[in-house]
Write a protein that binds this ligand. Structure first.
Ligand code: GLU
Length: 448
């Protein structure tokens, strides 16, 4: 069976040259599901894996817009509609200068299994553009979003494909895209999630990803006889996901000692505490400068380490929340040397495959992002339900569902790993649990 998985990985490599991030996740997922393929030869016969690694549809399009100086700018937009076996394509839009097919396809492929793990009826997709929102005026952001949606609208819909935010796409961008979509199709429908509360958004969606990550971390610790209260935590990033994570960690009595940005990291031995410090993350984000250094100017107890990542700081728990491939082998070595016991991935695929293997071989419990950060997209699906039912859910209704979903994801990943004799391996377990449901649905629907 190992040979067979190697063959699939080889097919992916041949068909997707120059796409390292996509091939990284394909390899990670396929290696994990080897025992499932062994137990189900019918999946192999049905060409299920060849079909799974090929997006159902990929769209690339021109996004022209005019900047504040009257100069025409052209970006490239994407939407990869990866898999609709269990529901309409669902996944965010990322606006960042490094966006390319490899990044969108890795995110789209991950989304298939993440969305399946939520237990909700959503397929996998992802999109975005090589547009850098940092330093752009509000008018430029609006014109870009309108131009982007002027093409994307014909490919999406509440029953077809429902985008949301990701890096560089927050409530403001979703608002501008929703306005343009509604104008073009003349229909008020829940085509995007992460909307503002005044026009169909879900209470708690902004916090959902971070809160869900912390619920998942709590379950990981609990399964290993430990609790969150009193633990020190290294968090990276300072955006929406980091903010929600810090907030919930504070509520549950843990102490966050770092945040980070592309410019370096902040070490705050007194903790990024609730209130002023926590709220300052929002200010940093909305400044549009994409730097975290001002935190140390505002709070003198903290130190800024330019150009460095926080992985050498000693802590009980590590939660990367910035972007993909933040943790390389050298970082993993530092973490192990510092006695790290738990890594709970907040951002999508923050750890290199070889670093995950090294951490696990050294007894670190790893919570994979596709399980740990699934609370965001789970709440997106609740938002879809709210819109389809022409109703409004209260924050308490949302948080209760979110917590239950995260507890179940942890349980299902742990059980799937047990079932295949892999012990408590959440990385493999999450891939298996996510895959099983999608595979069953694909088998039932024939060769499509
Ligand atoms: N971008 C988020 C993710 O990586 C959310 C996607 C969504 O809500 O559709 O899961």
């Amino acid at each position: 069976m190992a040979k067979l998985v190697e063959k699939y990985i080889e097919i992916a490599a041949q068909k997707n040259p120059g796409e390292p991030e996509f091939l990284q996740t394909v390899e990670e997922v396929l290696t994990s599901i080897e025992p499932v393929l062994e137990a189900h030869p019918e999946y192999v016969k049905a060409g299920l894996i060849e079909r799974l690694i090929e997006p159902e549809r990929g769209i690339s399009f021109r996004v022209p817009w005019v900047d504040d100086n009257g100069v025409v700018q052209v970006n490239r937009g994407y939407r990869y509609e990866f898999n609709s076996a269990i529901g309409p394509y669902k996944g965010g839009l990322r606006f960042a200068p490094n966006v390319c097919p490899s990044i969108i396809k890795f995110l789209g492929f991950e989304q298939i299994f993440k969305n399946s793990l939520t237990g909700l009826p959503i397929g996998g997709g992802k999109g975005g553009a090589d547009f850098d929102p940092n330093g752009k005026s509000d008018g430029e952001i609006m014109r870009f979003c309108q131009s982007f949606m002027s093409e994307l609208f014909r490919h999406i819909g509440a029953q077809t494909d429902v985008p949301a935010g990701d890096l560089g796409v927050g409530a403001r961008e979703i608002g501008y895209m929703f306005g343009q979509y509604k104008k073009l199709v003349n229909r008020y429908e829940g085509v995007l999630t992460g909307k503002g509360l005044s026009y169909g958004g879900l209470s708690g969606r902004t916090e959902a990803t971070g809160y869900g990550i912390v619920f998942f971390a709590r379950e990981m610790l609990k399964a290993n006889g430990e609790e969150l209260a009193g633990k020190t935590v290294v968090v990276s990033g300072f955006g929406n996901v980091s903010w929600g994570t810090v907030k919930k960690l504070n509520q549950l009595g843990a102490k966050v000692i770092t945040i980070s940005g592309p410019d370096g990291y902040i070490y705050d031995p007194d903790g990024v505490t609730a209130g002023e410090k926590e709220d300052f993350l929002l200010e940093l984000r909305s400044s549009g400068k994409n730097i975290c250094a001002p935190y140390a100017e505002k709070f003198p107890g903290a130190t800024f380490y330019p150009g460095e990542k926080p992985w050498g700081v000693k802590a009980d728990l590590y939660i990367p929340c910035a972007t993909q491939n933040e943790i390389h082998m050298a970082d993993a070595e530092k973490m192990v040397a510092n006695g790290c016991k738990f890594l709970c991935e907040g951002s999508n695929m923050p750890t290199k495959n070889e670093a995950v293997a090294y951490l696990q071989a050294n007894g670190v419990i790893v919570g994979p992002s596709k399980a740990a950060n699934a609370g965001g997209v789970a709440c997106s699906c609740i938002e879809m339900g709210q819109n389809a039912g022409h109703t409004v859910f209260s924050p308490d209704q949302v948080y209760e569902q979110l917590e239950t979903i995260m507890v179940n994801i942890h349980k299902n990943a742990a059980e799937a790993s047990q079932k295949y004799g892999l012990g408590y391996d959440l990385v493999k377990g999450a891939n298996i649990a996510g895959f099983e449901k999608v595979a069953q649905a694909m088998m039932a629907q024939g060769i499509v």
